[in-house]
Design a protein around this ligand. Structure first.
Ligand code: CO
Length: 209
C-alpha cells in the first residue's frame, strides 16, 4: 500500500521491454536528450503526449497544465519554452488541446470552483474575445468543442508572442508553432491549421522590433 508495488513492477517490465529491442537505449539517452519537439498539453490523464504520437523517451520535451494554457507571466511555462528553444533548439512547438476538456468545461460554467477559477479566467477571456461565434450554437457540446479549439489557437499566439520565440525567429532560428486538438473519443489528432513559422506572421501589435 505504502510503496505502490504494482507501479514498480510495471516499470521493470517496461524497461525490460525497451532494453530487449535496444540494449543501449537507456545508456544512450543518459548521455543527452535531443528532442525536436516541445509539447504543451493538458494535464488530463487521458492525453499522454508520448503515447499519442507513439514516441519514445528522449523524443519529445513536455509541459502540461490544466487546459494547456500559455500565460505571459507563468514562469514555469516560459522557462520550459526558453530551455526548449534556446538550449534544446527544438524545431517544433506543439500546443495540443483536447475535446471534452474539464478546464474548458469549468470555464463555461458560472459556478465557483475555488482557486482554479483564477487560472480558468484566461479561458473566460478567450470566450469573451469570440463571444459572437457562440451565439448561434445551441448545444453545450458544440460550445465546449469550439472553446477547446479557440483556446488552442489563442495559446499558439501566446507562444509566438513570447520574447523567446520572437527572438529565435529574429536570429534566424527555424521554429514552427502548431495548434492541434485531440479527440478523447477516437484517439485521433486534428491539426487546427494555425502553424506559425516567422516573425512577420504574428499580429503587429505584439511584434517587438
Ligand atoms: Co483538459
Amino acid at each position: 500500500m505504502k510503496v505502490l508495488r504494482h507501479l514498480f513492477d510495471n516499470n521493470k517490465k517496461w524497461a525490460d521491454k525497451i532494453k530487449k529491442s535496444d540494449p543501449d537505449f537507456f545508456a544512450k539517452l543518459s548521455r543527452q536528450q535531443k528532442p525536436h519537439y516541445l509539447w504543451i498539453g493538458c494535464a488530463d490523464s487521458r492525453v499522454p503526449a508520448n503515447e499519442i504520437v507513439n514516441m519514445l523517451p528522449g523524443e519529445i520535451f513536455v509541459h502540461r497544465n490544466i487546459a494547456n494554457l500559455v500565460v505571459h507571466t507563468d514562469l514555469n511555462c516560459l522557462s520550459v519554452i526558453q530551455y526548449a528553444v534556446e538550449v534544446l533548439r527544438v524545431r517544433h512547438i506543439i500546443v495540443c488541446g483536447h475535446y471534452g476538456c474539464g478546464g474548458i468545461q469549468a470555464a463555461l460554467e458560472s459556478c465557483d470552483h475555488g482557486l482554479i477559477d483564477n487560472w480558468l479566467r484566461h479561458i473566460r477571456d478567450v470566450y469573451r474575445y469570440h463571444r459572437d461565434k457562440f451565439e448561434s450554437l445551441e448545444s453545450e457540446k458544440a460550445k465546449s468543442d469550439l472553446l477547446c479549439e479557440l483556446n488552442v489557437i489563442e495559446q499558439v499566439a501566446n507562444v509566438c508572442n513570447t520574447t523567446i520565440v520572437q527572438n529565435a525567429w529574429k536570429s534566424g532560428q527555424e521554429l514552427a508553432v502548431h495548434g492541434w486538438i485531440y479527440g478523447i473519443e477516437d484517439g485521433i489528432l486534428k491539426d487546427l491549421d494555425v502553424c506559425t513559422t516567422g516573425f512577420d506572421q504574428i499580429s503587429s501589435h505584439y511584434r517587438l522590433k
